[in-house]
Design a protein around this ligand. Structure first.
Ligand code: MN
Length: 130
């Protein structure tokens, strides 16, 4: 079974890039462009990993992470925050909101997959190899 990755990202170019990189690695990708749809999609699809943009319209990524963590079956789903805010304290804020890890934009296509994997639990990495 393919590893399922839910992306929540409002920017088309970033979505295209993330989606392209993940599909190239044979992941199943679900694309959502807002926090609201992202949360609903997470409940329906129960992804293995959630990639979460922090700068989203209406509901920002911190709030999205908090809401996802309130959902019992998503309590332990890895959430990787992706953000171009380079403000001190952002990483801490993302982690406090429930994110598992944090990747800074701009996305580096050569290192993105390994950056993402560095935040994932061993059992999931094992599943990815099979
Ligand atoms: Mn954004």
């Amino acid at each position: 079974m393919k590893t399922k990755i839910l992306i929540i990202e409002d920017n088309d170019k970033n979505m295209y890039m993330l989606s392209f990189l993940l599909r190239s690695e044979n992941f199943e990708v679900i694309e959502t462009f807002s926090g609201k749809v992202g949360i609903a999609s997470a409940i329906i699809h129960e992804p293995d990993v959630i990639l979460l943009d922090i700068q989203l319209p209406e509901m920002n990524g911190y709030t999205v992470a908090i809401k996802i963590r309130e959902i019992e079956k998503l309590k332990h789903t890895p959430i990787i925050a992706v953000t171009s805010y380079a403000m001190p304290g952002d990483r801490e804020k993302a982690i406090e909101s429930g994110a598992t890890g944090y990747i800074e934009k701009p996305i580096n296509p050569d290192t993105f997959i390994s950056q993402m994997k560095s935040f994932l639990p061993p059992e999931l990495l094992l599943k990815m190899e099979n």
